[in-house]
Design a protein around this ligand. Structure first.
Ligand code: SF4
Ligand code: SF4
Length: 403
């Protein structure tokens, strides 16, 4: 038994609470998962037109190698960013399963620059995926995912190279389905994610989509999820744990949790249950660093509906996030005369505080052509922020941390 498994003690179970108890039983599942014998296993949902039945919690290639066997046992079967695995690093816990029982995603980025400045290039994307299939030995990728997505509806109309690359690869049996993770591009004069996704749903062969979505998010995202369901497009929420990681490290917030009205819930569990309560949403990508987080999230996803403690917890978290945590809605961006990508800068801040990935946050921040120091303090953005964040001060603080 590895160290983390041994460490899953009575103390941990008390700390995690009721939702964690279900997860603890998941931790003890046999090596070969048995769908019928595990009522607390992750639920699955249909990933839109792909027809894939995927576990509600999406796995990621950057999870620790110790975590992956446990995730497989719990029912994680869709692996985000799986192209990062080589033949040597592809986890045996997945590789030893029948190939049709798990789903691998190959993420395809623009070339010649970052997601704002790079270009779509059919031949380069085609060659990239071919190389990844060869080097990884996986045979094929279930999902070809255009990372970051189009800059605007016009871009989606004009630039068909990503779709053509997918179609060539599909003909060769190297990929099966087409998905997109779509960001907002109003910072560079483009469109919002839901505008682009709504266009794609009727005009391009995308079968599934990923986008930012967390508690308190803009209503347009919820409307997109409902529309996607009607059109049989898959939906995976990203950056879905707004403020949860920050709250976990905040002693003052943690003290508040002693109140009996929160007992049995936790910020992460409440958020997971809230996300899962949207029947039109297929699944969520949640950054997970260790067994405790995994057990907590799986336990919540496998459990029943939200209870009063979960509702109280979400209200507390929303209150905590007010004036503090950016929800990445990009509402402020249009009002900035300096064209600062405010929500991108605050996304990097989330990497640092919610995911505790300071190195990644600094690295991403360093690629910006206009960083937080471009702010002239005009205040035009302030009235637009639904979180009532003092954007001027926060930009300064983020630059101090990441600059
Ligand atoms: S205060 Fe700074 S970030 Fe806000 S609109 Fe003015 S220049 Fe842009
Ligand atoms: S700072 Fe406010 S308005 Fe701007 S993206 Fe964040 S939550 Fe939205």
């Amino acid at each position: 038994m590895n160290h983390d498994a041994q460490d899953f003690s009575r103390r941990d179970m008390m700390r995690i609470g009721a939702t964690g108890v279900a997860a603890a039983s998941i931790a003890n599942l046999p090596a070969v998962a048995d769908e019928k014998a595990a009522p607390d296993k992750l639920p699955t949902r249909r990933y839109g037109r792909t027809g894939l039945e995927i576990g509600w919690l999406v796995g990621a290639s950057d999870w620790t190698k110790e975590l992956i066997p446990r995730a497989v046992n719990a029912g994680v079967n869709y692996w985000h960013k799986a192209h990062a695995w080589t033949a040597n690093s592809f986890p045996p816990a997945i590789k030893n399963l029948p190939r049709e029982s798990y789903y691998l995603e190959c993420v395809v980025d623009r070339v010649g620059g970052d997601h704002s400045r790079g270009r779509i290039d059919e031949e380069e994307h085609y060659q990239f995926v071919k190389r990844r299939v060869k080097d990884s030995g996986v045979g094929y990728y279930d999902v070809f995912k255009f990372h970051f997505g189009y800059h605007s509806v016009e871009d989606a109309k004009q630039n068909t190279g990503m779709v053509r690359a997918f179609e060539r690869l599909k003909k060769e049996g190297l990929v099966k389905h087409l998905a997109i993770s779509q960001h907002h591009y109003n910072a560079i004069g483009g469109d919002m994610a839901w505008e682009i996704l709504t266009y794609l749903a009727d005009n391009r062969p995308y079968e599934a989509t990923q986008f930012f979505y967390t508690y308190g998010d803009r209503k347009e995202i919820g409307e997109w999820i409902d529309l996607a369901k009607k059109k049989d497009i898959g939906t995976i929420a990203m950056k879905s744990m707004g403020g949860v990681g920050r709250a976990a490290n905040d002693a003052k917030f943690q003290k508040l949790l002693a109140d009996p009205k929160y007992q049995g819930s936790s910020p992460a569990a409440a958020m997971v249950k809230w996300l899962k309560s949207n029947q039109n949403l297929t699944a969520a990508v949640i950054a997970i660093k260790n067994f405790d987080q995994f057990n907590e999230n799986v336990g919540a996803a496998a459990s029943l509906a939200m209870n009063p403690q979960d509702h109280a917890m979400l209200a507390l978290l929303a209150d905590y996030n007010k004036e503090l945590t950016c929800l990445l809605c990009a509402e402020c961006v249009n009002s900035c005369p300096e064209h600062i990508a405010i929500s991108d800068i605050f996304r990097y801040d989330r990497y640092a505080h919610d995911y505790h990935e300071l190195h990644r946050a600094r690295s991403e921040y360093s690629t910006l052509t206009r960083n937080a120091t471009s702010c002239v303090g005009c205040g035009d953005c302030l009235p637009t922020c639904p979180q009532e964040i003092d954007i001027i001060t926060k930009l300064k603080n983020v630059h101090d941390l990441l600059g």
